[in-house]
Design a protein around this ligand. Structure first.
Ligand SMILES: Nc1ncnc2c1ncn2[C@@H]1O[C@H](COP(=O)(O)OP(=O)(O)O)[C@@H](O)[C@H]1O
Ligand SMILES: O=c1ccn([C@@H]2O[C@H](COP(=O)(O)OP(=O)(O)O)[C@@H](O)[C@H]2O)c(=O)[nH]1
Length: 330
């Protein structure tokens, strides 16, 4: 389209020149008339506005030289509105096409299929909303954070047994989605887990919301959730709190890397997990330091973090957990 308009623009002067040459005698007459008008205008410049006079003279002048020359006329000096409209047209058409393209993309994104619930075939709409699905008055959410191998899963099992929490491990939900036949996110999740990267938050937040909804639909009294290994990145924390449910507090299991590595390599002997190997462990530690610790720091500033030393035995760690949780669960 732009090229066609450009071709038209390039052709225009040639057409003008040929038609002028073809009617040389009539333009000779025009030349005489023009020069008379010119002289009259020049003689009236004191009466006319200087600007309009200047424009009128410039518009008349080129015809004078073309009428007797077969050469391409020299380019017009200055500019007139006639020269600008095709460019404005090109810009308007380009902007219009761009707006159409953006609208089409937005429509496509809005029509993206929602993730099906991991255990049911019914699709639950994605959380495109600014008010949380669950109110903290009806549902308790506790985030469980800590480096890979810090002992989060081990302590969650104790809390489920003694406090009636429902345990939702973000890692387990992602692994289940990765293995679900037909999942459009399977390969993406697999790659992220192997490289110790964080899966895009929309996927994880949706899986967690699906799982919570499913539990509550079956039994509305099961309304206390331990969300293990999540949020690992600030965007996940923000999205979950604004679209699913604000968290009550955060359990943070603090463990040195050397100890976590030892535990993970030991776990790797039987876990069958693709990321319990030396190379993935190194990458997971890096992601934890750079991406997940800022989440812990942010919640710490809000006074919501219970920091627990995870180096002692599992029993000792659990005792400390219970002690610290007392004031939050009264
Ligand atoms: N306090 C602890 N002391 C020693 N080993 C532990 C302790 N807590 C957990 N483990 C072991 O370390 C490994 C990692 O624990 P896990 O709970 O799976 O960690 P995470 O969920 O944080 O990755 C498991 O094999 C577990 O049995
Ligand atoms: O919110 C989450 C939680 C987990 N993961 C991915 O799942 C992996 C395993 O997480 P999990 O909590 O199961 O294990 P951990 O590393 O704590 O032992 C992580 O390294 C990430 O690649 C993720 O992308 N987002």
């Amino acid at each position: 389209m732009a090229a066609a308009i450009w071709r038209q623009l390039v052709r225009r002067p040639a057409v003008a020149v040929s038609s002028v040459s073809a009617s040389a005698s009539s333009t000779m007459r025009q030349q005489k008339i023009s020069s008379v008008i010119l002289r009259r205008l020049q003689s009236t410049t004191t009466r006319a506005s200087p600007r309009s006079t200047f424009t009128t003279i410039r518009q008349q002048a080129p015809y004078k030289s073309r009428s007797y020359s077969s050469q391409t006329p020299p380019p017009k000096q200055g500019s007139t509105p006639v020269k600008f409209w095709p460019f404005l047209l090109v810009i308007a058409l380009s902007s219009g096409s761009y707006v159409l393209l953006v609208n089409k993309r937005n429509e496509e994104a809005a029509n993206m299929p929602a993730l099906p619930s991991p255990k049911t075939s019914g699709a639950i709409p994605a959380p495109h909303k600014s008010t949380p699905t669950f109110s903290p008055k009806d549902v308790t959410v506790v985030f469980v954070l800590g480096g890979p191998g810090a002992g989060k899963g081990t302590q969650c099992a104790n809390l489920v047994r003694d406090y009636g929490f429902v345990h939702l491990s973000a890692g387990d939900l992602l692994r289940a989605e990765q293995d679900r036949p037909g999942s459009q996110f399977g390969q993406l999740i697999k790659d992220c887990i192997k490289n110790g990267d964080i899966v895009p938050m929309e996927v994880t937040v949706q899986l967690l919301e699906n799982a919570m909804t499913e539990v509550l639909q079956k039994d509305s009294s099961k309304n206390k959730f331990l969300i293990d290994g999540f949020p690992r990145k600030m965007d996940q924390a923000v999205k979950f709190e604004e679209s699913v449910c604000p968290a009550k507090f955060v359990l943070f299991y603090d463990c040195p890397e050397q100890e976590m590595e030892r535990r993970l390599l030991e776990r790797g002997k039987t876990s069958g997990r693709a990321d319990d190997n030396a190379e993935s462990i190194r990458k997971r530690f890096k992601t934890f330091e750079q991406t997940s610790m800022p989440v812990v720091d942010a919640y710490e500033k809000e006074g919501k973090v219970l920091k627990i030393d995870a180096t002692p035995s599992p029993v000792a760690v659990y005792r400390e957990t219970q002690e610290q949780m007392k004031k939050w669960l009264q």
